[in-house]
Design a protein around this ligand. Structure first.
Ligand code: ZN
Length: 300
């Protein structure tokens, strides 16, 4: 059985696991994100100490990383975190650092592209060659699978930062430092907390917060539907634990499309078109496993 080291690198924690497949995660730890040097060395020590007693070696590593990151394999900074607002992490090498430490191939992508890949392989996207995974938590980010592959281009999608129309009764000054009232600035968990002065988990299902939230997210989804034409949209992240959001978002998406896309798999089956993650909260770590498997196969 091949053995993979997998890392879901986030702004607050690095979830690391040793696995041979999505249903065979034999050990998993969570390491707080501090300075790059301390965090990355703690991750290396975890793998080394876990594997030492059995004298096993990793076959490949998969990394689902917070970004923005450089995914251009021709670039001198491929596998780096680039211009993050996170202090100390600007221009931090990630993929190459682990590749050299363990002498194995490394698969590397954004956290959300990886989550999309995990869902594509083993979750709510099985059998579809095109889908979007959007996480709605403290921030908002999205990844896309197009023709069976994570979407890369100029860089990678930054779906949280698209522009939406602000509700005329919503006085919130969006907090995005770059665009103020982009989707993340108006609809992330942080925006909900700021607008209502309460944590999202304290707002009841019939609170007007959720109608407004569904409206903004639906605007985002309609834009993605009209540009990337995904065959399914998977909504994950902390805020989507609020299950009342799913029907509200589905209704608003149909309202905004206003009959324009006469595709039965969307209009007649919207419950199956906009869905929660099939892998629950494991989309990212499973995506990292998928990246590791690809890296191993490409290296052979
Ligand atoms: Zn923004």
């Amino acid at each position: 059985m091949p053995l993979y080291g997998v890392i879901e690198a986030g702004g607050t924690k690095f979830v690391c696991a040793v696995a041979s497949g999505p249903d065979a995660i034999e050990n998993q730890v969570s390491i707080p994100t501090t300075t790059p040097q301390e965090t990355l060395n703690t991750v290396i020590n975890y793998f080394a100490e876990y594997l030492a007693p059995s004298r096993r070696k990793l076959d490949a590593i998969g990394i689902a990383c917070f970004g923005p990151v450089d995914l251009d394999e021709k670039s001198a900074h491929y596998g780096y975190i680039t211009m993050t607002p996170k202090p100390g992490w600007v221009n931090t090498e990630i993929a190459g650092f682990f590749g050299r430490a363990f002498g194995v191939p490394v698969g590397f992508d954004t956290d959300v592209n990886a989550a999309a890949l995990g869902e594509y392989n083993w979750g709510a996207g099985i059998g579809l060659d095109s889908l979007i995974y959007l996480t709605v938590g403290t921030g908002i980010g999205g990844g896309a699978i197009v023709n069976g592959k994570p979407l890369h281009g100029l860089m990678h999608p930054e779906m949280g930062h698209i522009l939406v129309r602000q509700d005329k009764n919503d006085a919130l000054e969006g907090f995005c430092p770059y665009h103020q009232n982009c989707l993340e600035g108006l609809a992330s968990g942080k925006a909900v907390d700021l607008r209502w002065g309460k944590h999202a988990s304290e707002l009841p299902d019939d609170h007007p917060a959720w109608q407004l939230e569904a409206d903004y997210l639906a605007q985002g989804l309609v834009n993605y539907i009209l540009t990337l034409s995904p065959k399914r949209i998977i909504l994950g992240g902390g805020l989507m634990q609020k299950k009342v959001l799913y029907p509200l978002i589905r209704d608003k998406v149909l309202q905004y499309l206003n009959g324009y896309l006469a595709v039965p798999s969307l209009t007649a089956q919207i419950d199956r078109y906009i869905v929660p993650p099939g892998l629950g909260t494991r989309s990212g770590i499973c995506g990292a496993i998928a990246l590791a498997i690809q890296a191993k196969n490409n290296g052979e």
